[in-house]
Design a binder for this molecule. Structure first.
Ligand code: NAI
Length: 326
């Protein structure tokens, strides 16, 4: 372990950044005694806002927080980074096709992947949050190839995972802390597959604890898949506090390890998996982590319905990959 870990955050002047940075500086992500320094990247027009964020971080007087550098240059932001969290992405504008969004972001993530490969720590752990997160992560992995191994690059599906946990807890009338081992398979999009077949509540199968299979086979799926859109409708803005919490959970568990006997969902490179997912995709699987290494959990029972949905989310990821030209 290093005395000070350098964390790069992109899109740091945005909504998620504002919720995320205090959690990192407080020690929620890398541990309650781990000192951190921050490299905050955003585009040039956002530098004034970013300066305001930096002032507030100083004013919080976080004991664990060292230098906070703000910049619009990726070379500066990623220099020596131990962890890189990529929230900066081009937002979808009215009338913009999904494919145009993909290509605009492909440019950003391939440039940043190349630069991370050149200047970040070779051990850098990368989390892609900006959408389309799975495919952006794949683009980044392709650009960083030969310098940063693909297994050090992941995308965020933990928010979907946490949303599923919350719904299981509500249905079972149990605290969230008693729920584990839900799974999100596939893409962070409407085709994601929330799966409670392995979930447990206080050591008991979740389906048994909640005793409402009709709910889990019906409304539950849409509830989790469409939760982001619901929050957007209500707040007029996309999920930010919950996204920040999910980012912290993802990196925390990746670096510090998952709790014994439990697994979490992360989008990771699919090259070696026992679920017949084609290689070369960033696909969300159940994983266990220890000291910065993830392993896909084998032997999870996949129901025929889940299998069918997994194939649909695979098809979407394959299409995104081909649109991105990889
Ligand atoms: P936001 O629009 O408030 O902030 C994004 C920031 O990124 C802006 O400050 C913008 O200037 C910056 N940015 C744009 N291009 C950049 C570049 N090339 N380099 C550096 N910074 C750049 O958006 P918000 O709400 O913070 O969300 C960020 C991203 O995360 C969005 O793409 C959103 O769709 C995605 N998201 C993903 C989730 C997931 O579960 N994977 C959950 C929630 C949001």
């Amino acid at each position: 372990t290093k005395e000070v870990l350098r964390v790069a955050v992109t899109g740091a002047a945005g909504q998620i950044g504002y919720s995320l940075l205090p959690l990192i500086a407080r020690g929620n992500m890398l541990g309650a005694t781990q000192r951190v320094e921050l490299r905050l990247l955003d585009i040039e027009p956002a530098q004034k806002v970013l300066e305001g964020v930096r002032f507030e971080l100083q004013d919080c007087a976080f004991p664990l927080l060292g230098d906070v550098v703000i910049t619009h240059e990726p070379q500066v932001a990623f220099d020596g980074a131990d962890v890189a969290i990529l929230c900066g992405a081009f937002p979808r504008k009215p009338g913009m096709e999904r494919k145009d969004l993909l290509l605009t972001n492909a440019k950003i993530f391939s440039e940043q992947g190349r630069i991370i490969g050149d200047v970040a720590s070779p051990h850098c752990r990368v989390l892609v949050v900006g959408n389309p997160a799975n495919t952006n992560a794949l683009i980044l992995a392709t650009a960083a190839k030969g310098k940063i191994p693909a297994d050090q690059i992941t995308a965020l599906t933990r928010l979907d995972h946490n949303r599923a946990i919350a719904q299981v807890a509500l249905k079972a009338g149990a605290p969230v802390a008693s729920v584990s081992n839900v799974i999100i398979w596939g893409n962070h999009s409407g085709t994601q597959v929330p799966d409670v077949n392995s979930a447990v509540v206080n050591g008991q199968p979740a389906r048994q604890a909640a005793n409402d299979d009709a709910f889990f086979d019906g409304d539950f799926l849409g509830l989790v898949q469409q939760r982001g859109a619901e929050v957007m409708k209500l707040r007029g803005l996309s999920s930010a506090a919950s996204a920040a919490k999910a980012i912290v959970d993802h990196v925390h568990d990746w670096i510090l390890g998952t709790a014994p006997g439990t697994f979490v969902s992360m989008a990771v490179i699919s090259d070696i998996n026992s679920y017949k997912v084609p290689a070369g995709l960033m696909y969300s699987f159940p994983v266990q982590c220890s000291a910065g290494t993830w392993t896909i959990v084998d032997g999870v029972t996949v129901s025929p319905k889940v299998q069918e949905l997994m194939e649909a989310t695979t098809a979407e990821l394959l299409e995104e990959r081909s649109q991105a030209g990889i």
